[in-house]
Design a protein around this ligand. Sequence first.
Ligand code: ADP
Ligand code: MG
Length: 271
Amino acid sequence: MDTTLIRVRVHDQLRALNLKHAEKNVDGLCEDAAQRQSGYTEFLSRVLDEELVRRLDQGTQMRLKLSHFPFQKTLEQFDFGFQPSLDQRQVEELATLSFVAEGRNVLFLGPPGVGKTHLAVALGMKACLAGYGVYYISGHELARRLVASLADDTLEKEFLALTRCKVLIIDEFGYLPFERQQATLMFQLIARRYERLATIVTTNKGFAQWGEVFGGDQAIASAILDRLLHHAAVINIRGASYRLKDHQHALGLAPEDPGRGQTKNGGSNIN
Ligand code: ADP
Ligand code: MG
């Protein structure tokens, strides 16, 4: 059958099944799947997701709204084939959310574009769907807010708010170095959540650089690391930037060069 006719038929079928959100997005998803050469199962899952996400109950919709995710991405949308250094089974284990129930932490380490934020948000979305309160914030904004609340005497209120959510995602932790006061407040927050509430951290800094992240204060860096890492899952992604995958040739990067994401995007202001 002619592809245009099939398309028309698919739209009719989705409408007949009352899958109106899937119907609205199916063309884009088809094109995307063709471009990414994704498998049939992944494609089907993404089409069905379109419908499912919009049929969520009000509580889940509210939790998703309050979470402040920068985007909504799921684990099903993550191409593990592109990131071979990543242990898919470990991520799937995290997706069972036992780390949330047990108040354990997750750290995603790696250079820009390897999917740290995507995976953190995807786990956060799973937690929202499962009924847990989740809050997303960048490390920089978190530090700024803590200092501001100390200044206007609302620090305790801020700490309470930040320990109400069962999952706190601190994205781009240490991307900009913390000042002493910021570091101390950050330590207090981590200590308050420790062993009770799950914290997901993404960072482009290796542990050896954490001293620098905390303005050379090795003691506070160790104290924070100590609590963050105790019972934590550490996921070190060493692959290439997904953002650059379609520009390898333009940038003169060989597809099999493992360091290609790190060198060319090192100065990017998005992490
Ligand atoms: P990081 O936080 O490590 O800098 P992001 O999670 O922001 O990277 O990923 C950059 C973009 O690329 C996002 O749009 C993300 O959804 C996408 N992306 C990254 N890795 C993958 C992947 N393996 N499969 C699908 N999309 C990916
Ligand atoms: Mg990121």
